[in-house]
Design a protein around this ligand. Structure first.
Ligand code: MLT
Length: 277
């Protein structure tokens, strides 16, 4: 399904009924990475999973896309879909977006699930490397990013060629301008660390033991900085844990949801109005 959001045609999945779970993918990925969560949770929840602008089937605009801009798109999509406050599940870059969302729209959240992500900004050399990569994408296409990143998404011990091919396929379908926009946006993103103590919704941090892209130590810092946050470590999984070890991931998320606070606690104060179309 598609909606025009902030001038961009955004693709999304919206299935099931109940408390809304909003799944936000990482880079350079798309909502297909959440397919095993959609299948599992739609029996008991409303599951919404968009493609961020410029990625997956969503259209792109020119120039950098800040994490705040992605968050604005999510909020506008929620309004268009009349979801009300959501449990926001963000993976990696989707976690950077989730933290921007938590600052901009605290009342639009019931809970936060931060997966394989961190609050810090890029070190100067990392930001410079991202900008150089963006230029390479402009001249050579997305394969430069895909070839570098796809092998890092799964655990080094994963020997499932079909799964590796799926991950490669998710990335290879990304469009150059969307990839460049996200790279520039990540390079410019602010440090969210100082705001973590202000998060007031129930929070679950999930990491994976074999994540070499954003190591578990980052998640431990994140969980330790958010009041009341819980930390779960999924064994034998790499960066794309929700896809690689979907059963363990879904169980961890289900346990936390079943424990209640994000689902049965007071809803945020935001009033989400329905806008047809
Ligand atoms: C992601 O998976 O979203 C990226 O690896 C995040 C990043 O490059 O910082």
């Amino acid at each position: 399904m598609f909606k025009d959001i902030n001038g961009i045609r955004i693709a999304y999945t919206d299935e099931g009924e109940g408390t809304p779970l909003l799944f936000v993918h990482g880079f350079p990925l798309n909502r297909a990475t959440w397919s095993k969560q959609v299948a599992f949770f739609k029996a008991n929840y409303r599951v919404v999973a968009p493609d961020l602008r410029g990625l997956g089937e969503s259209a792109s605009g020119p120039g950098p896309v800040s994490m705040s801009r992605f968050a604005e798109d999510l909020h506008a999509l929620m309004q268009r879909l009349s979801t009300g406050p959501v449990v926001l599940v963000g993976h990696s870059m989707g976690g950077y977006v989730a933290l921007a969302f938590a600052t901009a729209y605290p009342n639009a959240l019931r809970g936060l699930v931060l997966v394989g992500t961190k609050a810090g900004k890029d070190a100067p050399e990392v930001a410079a490397a991202r900008r150089a990569t963006a230029e390479k994408v402009r001249t050579d296409g997305v394969s430069t990013v895909v070839d570098a990143m796809a092998p890092k998404m799964l655990s080094a011990s994963n020997e499932d060629p079909a799964m590796a091919a799926s991950v490669h396929g998710f990335m290879a379908s990304s469009k150059p301008d969307g990839v460049m926009g996200a790279l520039w946006g990540m390079a410019d993103r602010p440090d969210a660390s100082a705001r973590l103590g202000q998060i007031r919704v129930p929070t679950l941090v999930i990491t994976s033991a074999d994540d070499t892209v954003i190591p578990p130590s980052e998640s431990a810092v994140l969980a330790g900085s958010i009041p009341g946050a819980q930390l779960r470590v999924i064994p034998q999984a790499g960066h794309l844990v929700a896809f690689e070890r979907a059963d363990a991931f879904n169980e961890a998320l289900k346990d936390w949801l079943d424990s209640g606070s994000a689902v049965s606690g007071p809803r945020g104060a935001m009033s989400v109005s329905h806008q047809p179309g």
